[in-house]
Design a protein around this ligand. Sequence first.
Ligand SMILES: [Zn+2]
Length: 180
Amino acid sequence: MTFSGASTTIVRTLIWEWREERVMEHIWAPWRVGYVRVEKPAGCILCDKPREKDDAGNYILYRGQKNFIIMNAYPYNPGHLMVCPYRHVPSPEELDTEELLEHFSIVNRALEALRETFEPAGFNLGMNVGKVAGAGIDDHVHTHIVPRWQGDTNFMPVVSGTKVISEALADTYRQLKDNF
Ligand SMILES: [Zn+2]
């Protein structure tokens, strides 16, 4: 049995959509096990971290008036950033126009800094709104920015020791910070 041209196209489209959906799961990021296993602290880290006066220790790369950029401590890839409003709201439609405009201009600033620092070939960019959609912190909206390279994980040592990972994070922080 053979597929007609049209059916083949539909099948190809379905396969492509499936791949898009799965693409994040294919990144080999064993250090994320620490995140999955860790007991989640009470309160909201996206509220607490910017209130502390330790931006380098908290991997906060940039502060705007309404939003800030923090590195994901359990990255899918090196340079995995999150743009977050200071305000604790679960979904982007609760942000006002000023917050939204700044949010996305800061997303662009992050893309520029990442391009300049690490020359990624592409990005995954997006929000998970609601736990069912995969949000780890589901009550404080944030935009993920994950730089992508051909072959990806060649860029970070594939190890599971948290010390090595925190050193890699600190190193990524220093390199990126210079380009903000
Ligand atoms: Zn919060």
